[in-house]
Design a protein around this ligand. Structure first.
Ligand code: ADP
Length: 428
């Protein structure tokens, strides 16, 4: 008999246009490498021979256009090979976008013709929006474009922590393990993981972000021609639908990709039928998209916050700072819940201003709060300013009037004003 430790390494052979779908187990990472042929993960080619390590709970697919053999090391939650995927239709969309980028690049000056495609991806939760956005960005980057990624999903953002809308240029195909580099994204803080808490604030922030990008595009022909890919929330009913229309309009989207819902697609086609410069395209949802329940989403959010401070593999060393109560200027936006209609005189409307700033006194509720550090120089600039980063309150000492917080790095904060939303994080 053999005395060697049991090996968990196995080979998977993929025929052309097939994919290996895997959910990494919740408590151990998975290693994977490409042995022969070529393969990609969500639009990014994987290098031959090199072992890639995927963190627990990650769900992904290794797709091959021409056939490949991969090697997998470790146990998985589930894994299987699929020969039916919507990849051909996705790459066809990419080809159309690519042609439009070339046309934009060839057009002089700041004319409308020099604007590349502005793609917005919409659909219900778990329809594969983030994944399709990622593929389109990576395929574009592979061809040398620097498209701008805009993420309007404040529930499960992929650029920064939850509760934010953000944008960043994508200069290289997105790393299948590391995700989007956190270099210098343009981030606006809503502070809540659903826009319903303050819809007006969400709209204001979307407008601010669009406005800044518009300005950047005006001065940068390269990013203008590359255009943008905008990922949205899975909330597509009532106010969610209204917010989609608001985003399409605010960013002047020219291509609307609708994933996995006939009804949404026909509604959008109908309202946009008079806009000849907007194409609404229905795309099939991939059978590989994994549904994530509320608990899983909550966990993912919490992991994103941990990743912000500690890095994906604990490779960052955040810094703990102590400050006096009097040193901190914390604000909330929206001044709490509105008075119920029943408490008002007949005919009166609830009057709370959703973008009103309320100073926050240091109180117990701040413990474990994640606050945004605004770039604003005056309080009245807070709403319209983007944020530099985040801090996490780890201790409040009411006797000595000192507060301890964790920041990504040592030194003074990049701004004086802090914004509190409803983000709370408990270190696991
Ligand atoms: P949405 O943005 O619409 O909520 P996502 O794109 O985030 O949906 O997809 C949901 C989950 O399914 C993600 O964890 C993603 O990695 C996974 N996923 C998407 N496509 C595939 C696929 N083809 N095979 C395996 N997992 C996939």
């Amino acid at each position: 008999g053999s005395t060697a430790a049991p090996t968990t390494i196995r080979q998977v052979k993929l025929e052309k246009e097939c994919e290996f779908r895997v959910e990494v187990s919740p408590d151990a990472p998975l290693r994977l490498r490409l042995l022969t042929g070529t393969a990609e993960i969500f639009g990014t080619e994987i290098p031959p021979e090199i072992w890639l390590t995927f963190p627990p709970r990650l769900k992904c697919a290794v797709f091959t256009w021409y056939g490949a053999t991969i090697e997998v090391d470790g146990t998985t939650e589930t894994d299987y090979t699929a020969d039916e995927t919507p990849m051909i239709s996705y790459v066809n969309v990419h080809a159309v976008l690519d042609a439009r980028r070339n046309r934009a690049k060839a057009s002089p000056g700041n004319s409308d013709a020099s604007q590349g495609p502005r793609v917005i991806v919409v659909g219900p939760t778990d329809s594969g929006k983030s994944t399709l956005s990622r593929m389109l960005l990576s395929w574009a980057a592979k061809q040398g474009w620097k498209p701008t990624f805009v993420d309007l999903d404040i529930g499960q953002g992929s650029i920064t922590i939850p509760g934010c809308i953000a944008a960043t240029p994508i200069e290289l195909p997105i790393d299948p393990v590391e995700g989007i580099p956190l270099d210098m994204p343009l981030v606006y803080f809503h502070g809540h993981t659903t826009p319903g808490v303050n819809v007006d604030l969400y709209k204001v922030l979307v407008k601010e972000l669009a406005h800044i990008l518009e300005r950047q595009f005006a001065g940068n022909a390269e990013s203008r021609a590359a255009g943008m890919v905008i990922n949205t929330m899975g909330w597509i009913e009532s106010i969610g639908y209204e917010l989609l229309l608001h985003a399409i309009d605010t960013f002047n989207a020219t291509v609307v990709l609708v994933l996995g819902q006939e009804k949404l697609c026909s509604m959008l086609k109908d309202v946009l039928k008079n806009k000849s410069d907007v194409d609404v395209v229905k795309l099939q949802k991939s059978g590989g998209v994994v549904s994530r329940n509320a608990k899983f989403r909550q966990k993912t959010r919490s992991h994103r916050i941990r990743e912000y401070f500690y890095g994906l593999s604990n490779d960052l060393s955040p810094h703990s700072n102590v400050a006096n109560f009097s040193d901190l200027c914390i604000y909330r936006i929206g001044g709490g819940p509105q008075a119920p209609r029943s408490a008002l005189p007949i005919g009166a409307e609830p009057a709370a201003d959703p973008t009103r700033l309320t100073p926050v006194n240091i109180n117990r509720d701040l413990l474990h709060s994640v606050l945004a550090v605004s770039f604003a120089e005056e309080p009245d600039e807070i709403i319209s300013s983007n944020v530099a980063g985040f801090i996490w309150i780890t201790n409040i000492d009411f006797e000595s009037k000192k507060i301890t917080c964790l920041a990504p790095s040592a030194g003074s904060l990049p701004g004086k004003y802090l914004i509190q939303g409803s983000l709370i994080w408990y270190e696991p």
